[in-house]
Write a protein that binds this ligand. Sequence first.
Ligand SMILES: O=S(=O)(CCO)c1ccc(-c2ccc(C3CCCC3)c([C@H]3C[C@H]3c3ccccn3)c2)cc1
Length: 235
Amino acid sequence: KGKHRLANDVERVVQEHLTYVREEMCDGWDLIHEEGKMKVYRREVEENGIVVDPLKIFHSIQGVTGHEICHYFWEYQYRMEWETTLDSTKIIEALDQDTVIFFQMHKRVWPTAQRDSCFWSHIRCISNSEEDQPTWLVVNYTTPHPLAPIKPPQVRLIANVAMICETIINEPPLNPKDIKRENIQCKLAYVAFVNPGGWVPSAAVRNVAKREYPRFLRRFTSYVIEQTRDKPILF
Ligand SMILES: O=S(=O)(CCO)c1ccc(-c2ccc(C3CCCC3)c([C@H]3C[C@H]3c3ccccn3)c2)cc1
């Protein structure tokens, strides 16, 4: 199938994330939260007085693959089952079988105005050298769309989010068919650049982010563990 109108944007943003995710976690990143294998880092950044703190979360989940994490993160039909911060979500356009455009209404976070978001969402498998498992990723990136007009007082979020996953197979058995869920784990890096799109009280957004990102990742990963428990492993 031919290239769609946003194919070049998708390629550029995916490559940026792949380059960026490997960046050292030292300069200017604060470890703001740790629970189990989850480490949450943040940089404090303001643009024109608006908090746009980049956020990076590293996590390792036992018993699921990177493909399964990305599948449940990208697919529309599961979203309202793990996303607790949305009033609604819908696909307004499909660009190809791996790239769709979402329009979402986010729950209002007092005292801020309600946010909505319109972003393309792309899922991709990157097979590196054949002996390792492939890397799976999802990128959500804000884009304008005629079916998602800005409707004040709602404020349009500007989001650039990536979920990048590796699958580790511990003590691989001779026959890959014998791999069990207790032998696999997913190492994920979640990166979020979210600009609230309009004035918000810095302290309020920083507190909400510090609480909500770990909560969302905890809930999302538990959801994937539940959904995949009795299913064949999706590599
Ligand atoms: O991973 S995704 O792509 C999943 C797609 O559904 C994603 C996740 C989170 C957001 C988001 C949206 C709004 C806010 C703020 C801005 C002013 C008022 C709300 C925040 C900040 C506050 C942090 C936060 C983190 C997680 C959940 C909710 N709140 C984050 C957007 C997309």
